[in-house]
Design a protein. Structure first.
Length: 265
């Protein structure tokens, strides 16, 4: 009786596995039923987290051509030397109005020359003094009063002379850099060629250095020959009257230079 029940139970289990789709009790390859996966394996979790954390980066669509920024690379344009007028009147107008005049960049108000070409004496300084820039005229204020007295001492007045500064505005602090000096040097010789003065009075250490290539102490008391347009013009050098007012002891040296202008008159 017990054997019969066991056989019926076995047949019942076989029928159940058959209905579940099991066709063989033993497969061709070992199933490894007793093998258990390692606990807390981080590899699958890292892959899942990386997939979730990866930012969504949609492919950028190109902008329409009209909205795209066009950046043209242009080579810098080399600026050549300023063209200097050859006519006297055109040169004077150029000094008064042209934006590219060397030495016009330091102040909005220009201090312009006074007088005519061919004057017997040209008074030339490097740039206006503070009083000159303020009043818009060369040799203004107390320094101008002293200069007038010096001219009278040699029998001349301003109206006999051509008064000019090389730069028509004053540089900051009364000094300019080497690049500006190069531009002013070219202007200097062009100005002298057009002015054609009989003689030249260099006023101040800066213009003495630029025109004569000498320090003022070496130039004082000497009659200088300034090369100008293939010829020479006689020149003497004095300290600026503003300096003479501050250092009266230098007036004697200025007088020694001025007396040289009386020779041959």
């Amino acid at each position: 009786m017990g054997g019969q029940n066991s056989a019926l139970s076995a047949a019942s289990y076989c029928d159940w596995w058959s209905l579940a789709g099991v066709e063989a009790l033993v497969g061709e390859a070992p199933a490894g039923w007793l093998a258990t996966p390692p606990a807390n394996d981080p590899a699958p979790m890292r892959a899942k987290v990386a997939a979730i954390a990866a930012p969504f980066e949609p492919e950028a669509a190109p902008l329409p051509a009209a909205l795209q920024r066009q950046e043209a690379v242009e080579a810098p344009i080399a600026k050549g030397p300023v063209e200097l007028p050859e006519d006297w009147l055109a040169f004077q107008d150029w000094l008064a109005t042209h934006p590219d005049v060397p030495g016009s960049q330091w102040d909005a108000r220009r201090v312009l020359p006074v007088g005519d070409a061919g004057a017997p004496l040209m008074l030339l300084t490097a740039w206006p003094e503070i009083d000159d820039q303020r009043d818009g005229a060369l040799f203004a204020g107390p320094a101008g009063t002293l200069l007038d007295a010096m001219l009278r001492a040699i029998g001349m007045v301003r109206g006999d002379c051509y008064l000019a500064s090389l730069a028509i505005t004053r540089p900051p602090g009364g000094r300019c850099d080497e690049r500006d000096l190069g531009d002013l040097d070219r202007l200097l010789w062009h100005h002298l060629r057009l002015a054609r003065p009989g003689r030249l009075l260099l006023i101040g250490s800066d213009i003495v250095r630029m025109a004569a290539g000498l320090a003022l102490p070496d130039a004082r008391g000497n009659l200088l020959d300034i090369n100008q347009d293939g010829g020479k013009v006689e020149a003497v050098a004095i300290a600026h009257p503003a300096m003479l007012l501050a250092r009266p002891a230098q007036k004697a040296a200025a007088w020694d230079s001025l007396k040289l202008l009386n020779r041959g008159r």
